[in-house]
Design a protein around this ligand. Structure first.
Ligand SMILES: CC(=O)SCCNC(=O)CCNC(=O)[C@H](O)C(C)(C)COP(=O)(O)OP(=O)(O)OC[C@H]1O[C@@H](n2cnc3c(N)ncnc32)[C@H](O)[C@@H]1OP(=O)(O)O
Length: 179
């Protein structure tokens, strides 16, 4: 399957939708978006402090001044990042908000100098339309894998597919996009 390396075919953000970097004051809204999805085990459950610590990773989508979606790109290694916590309010799905967030995250990944983006998801069609393809096995060399094992981040444990987190990731697909 060919790897998509451009967003030329990506739809523009829908009218009235503003995608912007998150601020600390958005953390409450981000947590409210994530809560039901974490409850349903679609997204990883995290403590409030983890959102403040990673707020610079996040963008939010705003409609009429209200946050209706969020997403983050987390750097894993020199060339590699992970799309995390992509969520759109249930009443707004299917209107292009998720795509607008993901397009912005890909842009952000490129600005950071990343050349590959990983994600772990049930939404394989959505990510597939954005150039991600399913991968088997690890996305990093054994030397980098060994370095990443030193991380305390639960998301990194899931990226590494460690035995202890496998119950959390059951049914998720590992996907990668070359930027
Ligand atoms: C790495 C991770 O974070 S994995 C976790 C991913 N998040 C989740 O699973 C949480 C629950 N799901 C969600 O929050 C959302 O469904 C998301 C984030 C997956 C997608 O967000 P949405 O705003 O619905 O995305 P968007 O509207 O851009 O695209 C969804 C579908 O709607 C359709 N669509 C897009 N724009 C429009 C539009 N303007 N009008 C009608 N339909 C549209 C597209 O065909 C698309 O189909 P696809 O999913 O087969 O590609």
């Amino acid at each position: 399957m060919p790897i998509v390396t451009s967003d030329a075919a990506a739809p523009p953000p829908p009218p009235g939708v503003l995608v912007r970097p998150a601020r600390t004051a958005d953390v409450r809204a981000i947590r409210a978006l994530v809560a039901p999805l974490a409850e349903a085990r679609v997204l990883l459950q995290k403590e409030a402090v983890a959102y403040y610590e990673s707020v610079v990773d996040f963008v939010v989508a705003e409609v009429d001044g209200r946050v209706v979606g969020c997403g983050a790109v987390h750097v894993l290694w020199e060339d590699l990042g992970e799309v995390r916590t992509l969520a759109v309010e249930a009443g707004v799905v299917g209107r292009g908000v998720g795509s607008a967030i993901l397009v912005r995250l890909v842009e952000r990944a490129r600005e950071l100098g990343l050349s590959r983006l990983f994600c772990l998801t049930f939404e394989t069609e959505f990510f597939g339309r954005h150039g991600f393809t399913a991968i088997e096995g690890q996305a990093v060399e054994p030397e980098v894998y060994a370095e990443l094992l030193r991380s305390y981040d639960e998301g990194v444990a899931e990226f590494l597919d460690l035995e202890r987190v496998k119950p959390n990731t059951l049914g998720n697909v590992r996907m990668l996009r070359v930027l």
